[in-house]
Write a protein that binds this ligand. Structure first.
Ligand code: FNR
Length: 185
């Protein structure tokens, strides 16, 4: 299974990026996870949506060719960071490459609530008509106090978090396979 991860932080020491990298490495035998670079994606502009720059078309093609999308988001001011909303706007227009493509969400923050509000809003956005992405239900990954659960190399050191993540990955794969069967029936 080919999955692309879209991380809502472009800072170099991002916990969310490290979290995505941890998932990429730990579950490399379960799926191929590519973390997409969204650093250079320009602001969405409807004037150029039909002929966007190559950075945008490459990004959209990678999403289009993936079996699923993993969203890994911080929380900014109680919601989804603007950089993530921006790429979602690109994905929601013209060829609408997200429609029908399965998604799952994770998020990490230093606060205790672990991006609860951002994920709540992201879920709503992913159900909008231009995205319409089936979302893994009942497996909400909120990693609060992430700085106490991860070492400097980005390895998760908190055993309950690792075990929870293992269960979510299993549930995602089962759910994904179920989705694929439903599509082919
Ligand atoms: C934050 N942070 C934050 N944290 C939180 O739990 N709820 C929030 O609403 C916010 N709001 C917020 C706004 C802005 C503009 C910044 C820069 C930060 C803190 C945030 O969780 C923390 O900086 C994370 O480390 C950001 O994620 P990355 O970059 O480490 O992946």
């Amino acid at each position: 299974m080919k999955i692309v991860a879209i991380v809502g932080s472009i800072r170099k020491d991002s916990y969310n990026l490290k979290f995505a990298q941890y998932v990429q490495e730990r579950y490399q035998d379960r799926f191929d996870l590519e973390i997409l670079n969204i650093r250079e994606i320009p602001f969405f502009n409807q004037d150029i949506e039909k002929k966007p720059s190559v950075v945008v078309t490459d990004f959209k093609n990678k999403v289009k060719n993936a079996d699923a999308v993993l969203w890994v988001t911080p929380e900014y001011n109680g919601t989804v960071p603007g950089i993530l909303v921006n790429v979602i706007d690109w994905l929601s227009r013209v060829d609408k490459v997200m429609i029908g493509k399965p998604s799952w969400i994770m998020g990490a923050s230093m606060g205790n609530l672990g991006t609860v509000k951002a994920q709540m809003h992201l879920r709503d956005i992913l159900f909008s008509p231009g995205i319409n992405s089936p979302l893994l239900p009942s497996n909400e990954v909120y990693v609060g106090a992430v700085h106490t659960k991860m070492d400097e190399d980005g390895d998760i050191t908190h055993q309950p978090t690792i075990e929870f993540l293992d269960s979510v990955v299993n549930n995602f794969i089962d759910w994904f396979n179920q989705q694929s069967q439903n599509v082919s029936v």
